[in-house]
Design a protein. Structure first.
Ligand code: MSP
Length: 513
């Protein structure tokens, strides 16, 4: 039976159109999902939207709409962006779906039966922006510590979940499970947070103040706290309390990819909710950093949104994907600027990869009538081709440890090396001498096969470009190399006619002479 791989994105609030930060998470997840599909694993990639709570109720009200109708008309913004960016998800999850409501209510009933829920007065602070409760001591200058937004004082009867009871268990679990929270600095942040006493979690809102939520089971007076509801998606999306077989197949999730601002919800609330229900832990919580603009987090409320649609249309989806995946090490913040995208476009994409394709295909056209030449007996031990073939394990290792930037760095070393190889071997001079004919054939065969190997590795990152290269070389696409020895084979075949096609990364319109 094929290995399974279950990967999730956070559920995005529907109060605003998705921006570069949301696009980043989905591009990361899509890249990992594609990588695992190419390994022939059974992949389930889930993304979706978070539609309950004060923030959405308020956004709907501002538009004079009912919350559900408001959410409905926001969904196409997400679906169309994911389509544009080539995000191949398997399921789009909405917290307003009927199947989800059942799972959330079931979990609450289980927790009640276990004695982990009690009713009490909540006194504290609430931030609508992060939809999170804070104690007085957590506020920073009287504001929300995570978003800097306003907080409201709340004093009301609510239901509570006994999180405090599980604090020692969680500390122990995190300490004993390296890699559960990645990167390490985030793991340390959570261990630091857990040094303080852990407060129980207020998990309801009185309906008279907020009616937009999942009703609390057996009570007309309360709706369930939006984060409690939303986190359950990760199990309800794969059949929890609905389809035991499906749930058994996919759970535990292999990775929950999130941004660093929602770490506490995922690395404290969620594991404790699961533990209390007797459900297995997800294997990994992977927190990425923020995209910033002039030093501030890109966000709708700061009014500094960077529109992924415009950038993808201007530079191409693959260039946008490449920029996001390559610019920062996963986990760190990245300073966004359009100049940086242009720089990457001109150098790595157009100059290195695009040029390598163009010169190789042009020379095969010119010297061999567009057919891949027959290589001599020594081609197999060619140093460039050996470097290309040696990438299989390190690229795999980088992807399995969630370092897409390292994987791209390794691939680009060979792409650059291949361009040097052209300079060193000077095919145009070989073509002038009769004695250079075989060497010329060898050089062009090696370049074509190196490109095929690079395209094979690049499929998860730059799906459109990789597919172009593979189909132009008359190879199948997708091209899966399941093992090191598969990858060490020659991919291209001599005598096959290739198609040069247009430039992979054409000169930018505003730079064309
Ligand atoms: N609805 C909650 C998540 C519930 S998951 C069960 C939520 N939604 S959100 O729309 O506000 O944010 C979703 C994700 O986008 C978070 O992981 C957040 O870190 C990410 N980003 C929002 N702005 C970002 C940047 N500027 N840069 C990178 N990612 C950021 O939180």
């Amino acid at each position: 039976m094929a290995t399974k791989y279950y990967i999730t994105t956070p559920l995005y609030y529907v109060n605003a159109k998705p921006h570069i930060g949301h696009a980043y998470t989905n591009i990361l997840c899509d890249t990992f999902a594609r990588f695992h599909r190419l390994k022939d694993e059974d992949v389930f990639f889930m993304t979706g939207t978070d539609e309950h709570g004060t923030k959405i109720a308020k956004a709907a009200k501002d538009q004079g709409m009912e919350p559900k109708a408001y959410a409905d008309q926001m969904i196409p913004h997400f679906e169309s962006l994911w389509k544009l960016l080539g995000i191949q998800y398997d399921f789009f999850f909405r917290t307003t779906s009927q199947m989800h409501r059942g799972a959330v209510q079931q979990i609450l009933k289980d927790l009640e039966a276990k004695g982990d829920i009690y009713k009490s007065k909540y006194v504290g602070w609430y931030s609508v922006k992060s939809e999170t409760f804070y104690s007085e001591s957590e506020l920073v200058d009287g504001k929300c510590p995570d978003t800097g937004g306003e907080v409201q004082r709340i004093e009301e009867e609510n239901y509570f979940f006994k999180m405090s009871k599980y604090r020692d268990w969680l500390i122990d679990y995190i300490q004993k499970t390296p890699g559960f929270i990645q990167p390490d600095m985030r793991r340390n942040e959570i261990l630091g947070f857990l040094k303080q006493p852990l407060e129980d979690l207020c998990i309801t809102r009185p309906r008279e103040r907020l009616s937009w939520g999942i009703p609390y089971p057996g009570s007309d007076e309360y709706v369930i706290y939006v984060w409690f509801d939303a986190l359950v998606n990760y199990v309800s999306g794969v059949g929890y309390a609905r389809d035991a077989e499906q749930f058994k197949k996919w759970w535990p999730a292999d990775v929950h990819v999130i941004g660093k601002d929602i770490l506490r919800h995922h690395a404290v609330y969620w594991p404790i909710m699961l533990k209390a229900c007797g459900i297995e832990m997800p294997k990994k919580i992977l927190a990425h950093g923020w995209w910033t603009l002039s030093g501030a987090k890109v966000s709708k409320s700061s009014g500094n949104v960077v529109d992924p649609v415009g950038l993808s249309e201007k530079y191409g989806v693959d260039a946008f994907r490449y920029f996001l995946l390559n610019e920062v090490t996963l986990g760190l913040d990245g300073a966004y600027s359009e100049d940086l995208i242009r720089e990457r476009y001109r150098t790595d994409l157009a100059n290195d990869l695009g040029n390598l394709w163009f010169r190789t295909a042009s020379m095969i056209d010119r010297y061999f009538g567009g057919k891949i030449p027959k290589p001599g007996p020594d081609t197999g031990s060619d140093a460039l081709l050996s470097d290309a073939k040696a990438l299989f394990s390190p690229v795999r290792e980088a992807m399995e440890t969630y370092n897409p930037r390292d994987a791209l760095g390794l691939i680009w070393k060979v792409v650059k090396r291949a361009n040097q190889y052209v300079e060193e071997n000077k095919p145009w001079q070989l073509a002038k001498q009769e004695s250079g004919k075989q060497k010329l054939a060898d050089v062009l065969f090696v370049l074509a096969d190196t490109l095929a190997h690079m395209a094979c590795l690049l499929q998860p990152f730059l799906p459109g470009t990789a597919q172009k290269i593979l189909t132009r070389l008359q190879l199948k696409s997708p091209l899966a190399a399941k093992s090191k020895s598969d990858f060490e084979q020659m991919f291209v075949k001599n005598d096959v006619s290739i198609e040069r096609g247009d430039a992979l990364f054409p000169k930018l319109e505003d730079e064309a002479a």
